[in-house]
Ligand binder design. Structure first.
Ligand SMILES: Nc1ncnc2c1ncn2[C@@H]1O[C@H](COP(=O)(O)OP(=O)(O)O)[C@@H](O)[C@H]1O
Ligand SMILES: [Mg+2]
Length: 256
């Protein structure tokens, strides 16, 4: 069996205010998987992704990414890690007054260096790639439009194209459809699935709702109070497991 692309071992994150958001989380992600992380608000999902791409400093534990432990790396090593780890956020995090194309080109910023990108020196390859990824997410015809004129679903597709433009080997998506209506949710999730299948990019995606989990995940882990309480196939989450993961709030999550 091939080595995992990502291996998280006994990860602990305690925030400066004393909140222990992750209490010894361990799991592996294989190349090409579409791993979904579920759990209630406050269970530690965002903290987990932010430790993996080192937006946060883990308190202890190890995070092996492509074979080396990146849990405590600093400076240049963090910058080179961020190029390989694409991130997608609930609120898209695009630059509002810029065009679709300019937002996607900013994805290659990590590769071309900030000096070049500030002065608009993108290579023909950067531009070809930007077009390729916009086409992949079905919005090539919108490249000259300002992103703040697009719908939420379209903006998230721009964010996916931007993440791809940085040439990542893994994509981390933090509740990427939480701000979208149900129909648009599926469109965006379908594009993430396409990225996973057609480009072979490994995906770790935080989701709140179980309905989407069954449709998109190849494997699931559930967090509760900063601990992994379930790991397995989406089909194996029985009603009993569901209650363990969501507890008192089970009904509310079910309805959606
Ligand atoms: N920057 C922060 N400082 C202090 N506590 C935080 C911070 N971010 C998150 N937390 C706390 O850590 C816990 C896990 O939060 P989070 O990772 O955002 O969970 P989720 O994404 O599953 O909603 C919560 O108790 C939350 O209040
Ligand atoms: Mg969160």
């Amino acid at each position: 069996m091939s080595n995992p692309i990502l291996s998280v071992k006994n990860l602990v994150k305690t925030y400066p205010n004393g909140v222990q958001a992750l209490k010894g989380v361990s799991f592996d992600v294989k190349q090409g998987e579409f791993l979904v992380v579920i759990g209630l608000s406050g269970s530690g999902k965002s903290t987990l992704l932010r430790c993996i791409n080192r937006l946060h400093d883990p308190t202890s534990g190890e995070i092996f990414f492509e074979g080396s432990d990146i849990a405590q790396v600093q400076g240049e090593e963090v910058r080179s890690l961020r190029k390989k780890v694409g991130m997608i956020f609930q609120h898209f995090n695009l630059v509002p007054r810029h065009t679709v194309l300019s937002n996607v080109l900013m994805g290659s910023l990590g590769r071309v260096g900030s000096f070049k990108s500030i002065f608009g020196f993108f290579s023909p390859k950067d531009k070809t790639d930007a077009h390729k990824y916009l086409k992949l997410v079905g919005i090539a015809d919108k490249e000259k439009i300002r992103v703040d004129q697009l719908s939420g679903g379209q903006q998230q597709r721009v964010a996916i194209a931007r993440a791809l433009a940085q040439g990542p080997s893994i994509l981390l998506a933090d509740e990427p459809v939480a701000s979208l209506d149900p129909a648009t949710c599926h469109t965006v999730m379908d594009y993430l699935k396409k990225v996973n299948k057609e480009l072979g990019i490994t995906i770790v995606c935080n989701l709140h709702f179980l309905s989407l989990v069954r449709q998109y995940a190849t494997r699931v882990i559930a967090l509760k109070g900063g601990k992994v309480v379930y790991e397995g196939s989406p089909q194996d989450i029985t009603e009993e497991w569901f209650e363990k993961i969501y507890g008192q709030d089970a009904k509310e999550v079910h309805i959606n």
